[in-house]
Design a protein around this ligand. Structure first.
Ligand code: G6Q
Length: 539
């Protein structure tokens, strides 16, 4: 493939941008009475209305040509076909196999991975049934009421996000907790109210070497040993999710109580693997399977649908349009649903860890912008914090508004008020408010500019009927594949995470200095040496 910026479609998009940058959304809607339906696609009950974007049909045609010229079709086929597309780590990328509900064989190195995937799912279901039915008894013969997941990054964010989003589907007498931060406060605060007899720990770590997780896991084990006074209690109160059987058994967990996954599952893409066990424990195997069905439905849509109607492709290309032509630095994800309050946090990892890279697949520095800064909070809270900048700031911030027609918790007028805000905001962001209208309302002329909104702020509206396990699966897979599309266009390896690996190594070095204390021979730069020294003296 020739370099991205030399592709004919890229060149055409550059000239097209010169025309589009002066366009007004109000005019585009005025000119085309069919615009809302022209730029809307449906997938089941999920509507993506992307008409409030700074685009015309020509923009979309050029972006679709860009996808073709970048070989998106071949890249999708390569991922679904099990090719080792994570080339820097020599691995296939097969999170889609974890939710391959069709059971179509998926081959890695000549072997179908589906029997292994299904075996682990069966074991997870058996375990979840037992715990949820109160049949899994703790060391003192009491059923489990509290589940504490200890993990970080990909072994925390997805399950935590889903457990929050699907709380309405949870079992009321089972409480889920997540400990991720190595700051002692996190585990101490979590354990402070818990009774050891009723508490089960899940140690979730793909590698079983992550310093934060192992530090928290050791503290949890000490807490349990202190409470029960016997190592035999560990078998009843600890299970592991990992790919590293050796270290799991070294820690003291019988590998029969380990739920495995594989190196072709990236941490941030692992919520459908055994890493999703806390989700299954909370919502039950049936709902978990329904979530997998949702993921799978979107996987199939992405794999087979024509690009012009393909939701992840459309959203990915729109993101490229703003990131690379309008120079938007960030992208906001705004669910109008309190249960989705960790959705943006999870996507922050999935997106930024995947495409936050300046080295292209050819090993050279790319000459274009790659992954944007992803951020967001649920509405309506966000309206009372950062929306001012979205409406009247100097930066262009494209945003996804995600909402549901029906509430998980219908109470009085709450949902109508919530959704009125949801709709009103995208309308205001797109069309603003003119000075003429402001003056007509009787506003003093010297205040008119301050109360004027120029609009033209692009948004996508994603609207589904209700937040269910299935819908959450659809939405998550949509974003995972959107990120894939962008990685292909930007020509980066989306499935490694060298930046995270670096952090893991660096902290271990400094820890050695702390352990040596005043005898440490500090060999860092002057600033780092001084900070380490100060910490050693005062810690
Ligand atoms: C995700 C990353 C990273 C990882 C954590 C935890 O894609 O690799 O966030 O999930 O560092 O790693 P372990 O599961 O190995 O503890």
């Amino acid at each position: 493939m020739s370099e991205l910026t030399s592709l004919p479609s890229w060149r055409s998009l550059e000239s097209h941008y010169e025309v589009m940058k002066g366009m007004k959304l109000s005019e585009l809607f005025h000119e085309d009475s069919n615009r809302a339906s022209r730029f809307s696609v449906e997938f089941g009950d999920l509507l993506l209305d992307y008409s409030k974007n700074l685009i015309t049909q020509e923009t979309m045609d050029l972006l679709l040509s860009l996808a073709d010229e970048c070989g998106l079709r071949q890249s999708i086929d390569a991922m679904f076909g099990g090719d080792a597309i994570n080339r820097t780590e020599g691995r296939s990328v097969l999170h889609i196999a974890l939710r391959n509900r069709s059971n179509r064989p998926i081959m890695v190195e000549g072997r179908d991975v589906m029997p292994d995937v299904n075996d682990v799912l069966v074991r997870m279901c058996e375990f979840a049934y037992k715990v949820r039915a109160g049949e899994w008894l703790g060391y003192t013969g009491v059923p489990i009421k509290n589940i504490v997941n200890i993990g970080i990054g990909g072994s925390d964010l997805g399950p935590k996000m889903a457990c929050e989003a699907l709380k309405a589907f949870g079992q009321k007498d089972l409480n889920m907790y997540f400990v991720s931060n190595v700051d002692g406060f996190h585990i101490a605060d979590t354990l402070s109210g818990l009774c050891p007899d009723e508490t089960l720990f899940i140690i979730a770590s793909k590698t079983f070497t992550t310093l934060e997780t192992m530090t928290n896991a050791n503290t949890a084990r000490d807490w349990a040993l202190m409470a029960f006074g016997s190592k035999a209690a560990i078998a009843k109160h600890f299970v592991a999710i990992s790919t590293n059987a050796e270290l799991v058994s070294e820690f003291g967990i019988d590998t029969k109580k380990m739920f495995g996954f594989w190196n072709w599952v990236g941490g941030r893409y692992s919520m459908c693997s055994a890493i999703g066990l806390p989700i299954m424990l909370q919502i039950g195997p049936k709902n978990f399977m329904s979530m997998l069905d949702g993921f799978h439905a979107m996987d199939e849509h992405f794999r087979t649908e024509d690009f012009s109607k393909n939701l992840p492709v459309i959203m990915g290309l729109l993101g490229v349009w703003y990131n690379n032509f309008f120079n938007a630095q960030t992208y906001a994800i705004l669910p109008y649903d309190q249960a989705m309050h960790r959705f943006a946090a999870h996507l922050q990892q999935v997106d930024m860890e995947s495409n936050g890279k300046y080295v292209g697949k050819d090993g050279k520095k790319v000459k274009w912008q790659t992954g944007p800064v992803i951020w967001g909070e649920p509405g309506t809270n966000s309206q009372h914090s950062f929306f001012q900048l979205l409406h009247q700031g100097t930066k262009l911030i494209p945003a996804d508004f995600i909402g549901f027609c029906r509430s998980q918790t219908p109470i009085g007028t709450h949902h109508k008020v919530l959704m009125a805000n949801f709709v009103a905001q995208t309308e205001a962001l797109a069309f603003g408010k003119s000075t003429v209208d402001v003056l007509a309302e009787g506003v003093a002329p010297e205040l008119a500019q301050h109360k004027t909104f120029e609009g033209n702020r692009p948004t996508n509206t994603l609207l589904a009927d209700e937040l269910t396990p299935y819908t959450l699966g659809v939405l998550m897979a949509l974003y995972e594949h959107k990120i894939f599309v962008q990685g292909v266009i930007w020509n980066v390896f989306s499935f490694d995470q060298m930046g995270v690996e670096l952090g893991k190594v660096l902290a271990k070095n400094i820890l050695k200095d702390f352990e040596a204390g005043k005898k440490a021979e500090l060999k860092h730069d002057a600033s780092t040496n001084a900070i380490v020294k100060r910490l050693i003296e005062r810690m």
